[in-house]
Design a protein around this ligand. Structure first.
Ligand code: MN
Ligand code: MN
Length: 417
């Protein structure tokens, strides 16, 4: 803005007599940058974009094609999508992923989208990253061994979570005739579903004599084991949960809860504008390295301006459509549009907000590499109004109304006063 304040511009605009007050400036309360950014501050000739371009992609990302004039370019891309990740398809199911290698900002966490068909099995394996997941479709059975060497076997469905601590061996098995789908988050951006330690690989690379001695059997007992790992494979439909649990009961059942019903939990915040549900180590005790929030934002509503002081945020956009703007020092600000299957990533401490730009509820699950969920959004309501009023050139009576605002998700038309 140079030497003029936004208020000056508004005042001049109201008077309608100052040549420098363009329609563009008035529409944005005056542009904050010099030189000014945004289509409003340009000309039709300069805005033209005859191509070549991929119109379908451009149409999906209108905020990239024409950023709001309050954006400042130059922020690392925080938008990605499973829709641009190649699938690895095998008999039994498929998976695709987005790690730091293909999404550089995603350093603290990586994401995997996996589907298992009827009878599909993700084979017994382990890895050094912790594994958090949310079921998005169908039902599946998880098995995991706890640190006492006891079995945990449980069935999960849509909206349920699992968490496997680093190094604990586990498997996933589709239940029912319709297949199942889930999204996995590893607490390490470089962790890959293609680089795990499969049980079959280890056995194939162990001499038969050692295998025999290990299990107290003749070496020939292992003559038909697969010589390549299975990763995902077509198995038989599993039996009842009770039968599977009973089959491993002799070793003792794990008392740890490796699964959690996030979608069926009580919201921590709920209003006509939407809801927020949480699962972190305070409620989902085993999940010591991952905290998660499931946000439902109604049409026209806003997930208010906030940031997270303790962790990066990894996002999976599940339903509906919206857009997010991220703010960082510089100043830098960038807006991106999101659709189902897209991934967002907000580094720790970066301010951000989400607008539902569609006609249906927007569902976004946000995942943090932290033991506890923390967000900050009510700062200006908890600071002496006199101090805030001096910063913002606002009437102190108006600033005091900040204290009456509910923080979380704000409806399309906020109540006055
Ligand atoms: Mn795993
Ligand atoms: Mn957030």
């Amino acid at each position: 803005m140079g030497t003029r304040s936004r208020r000056d511009v508004l005042a001049i605009g109201a008077a309608g007599s100052f040549a420098l007050t363009t329609a563009a400036e008035a529409a944005g309360f005056g542009n904050p940058d010099a030189p000014a950014e945004g289509a409003l501050n340009s000309t039709p000739g300069a805005l033209s974009d005859p191509g070549p371009q991929d119109q379908a992609t451009t149409d999906q990302l209108p905020s990239f094609e024409s950023p709001p004039p309050t954006d400042v370019g130059g922020m690392p891309t925080f938008w990605s999508s499973f829709n641009i990740a190649p699938k690895r398809i095998q008999a039994g199911g498929w998976a695709r992923q987005m790690t730091t290698e293909s999404f550089p900002i995603s350093k603290a966490m990586s994401g995997v989208n996996m589907r298992l068909g009827p009878g599909g099995i993700r084979e017994l394996h382990w890895h050094l990253a912790a594994e958090w997941a949310i079921v998005t479709n169908g039902r599946c059975r998880v098995t995991v061994l706890d640190t006492e060497g006891r079995a945990f076997v449980e069935d999960v469905g849509e909206g349920d979570l699992w968490y496997f601590p680093p190094g604990l061996p586990h498997s996933l098995q589709c239940l029912g005739a319709d297949g199942c789908e889930f999204v996995i988050v590893f607490d390490d951006g470089s962790a890959s579903e293609y680089n795990t330690l499969p049980m079959t690989d280890w056995l194939a690379h162990t001499p038969p004599k050692v295998l025999g001695q290990n299990f107290g059997l003749p070496p020939d007992a292992f003559q038909n084991i697969p010589l390549n790992n299975l990763w995902i494979f077509q198995g038989k439909e599993s039996g009842s949960l009770e039968v599977d649990r009973a089959a491993v009961a002799a070793g003792g059942a794990s008392t740890q809860g490796f699964t959690f019903g996030l979608a069926s939990s009580q919201p921590v915040r709920e209003s006509e504008a939407g809801s927020i549900r949480l699962a972190d180590s305070r409620t989902f005790k085993i999940s010591t390295t991952i905290a998660a929030a499931l946000q439902v934002i109604k049409p026209g509503a806003l997930r208010q301006m906030h940031w997270h002081p303790n962790a990066d945020e990894w996002q999976y956009w599940m339903k509906g459509q919206g857009r997010m703007t991220v703010f960082d020092a510089g100043p830098r600000a960038q807006t991106a549009d999101f659709h189902p299957g897209d991934i967002g990533y907000v580094p720790r401490g970066h301010g951000h907000y989400i607008e539902n730009t569609g006609q249906e509820d927007l569902h976004v699950v946000t995942v943090f590499k932290a033991p506890e969920y923390q967000d900050l959004s009510n700062w200006l309501a908890r600071t002496p109004p006199e101090l805030v009023a001096q910063h913002l050139n606002m009437d102190i009576a108006v600033v005091r109304t900040f204290q009456a605002t509910r923080y979380g998700i704000q409806a399309a038309v906020p109540k006055a006063g």
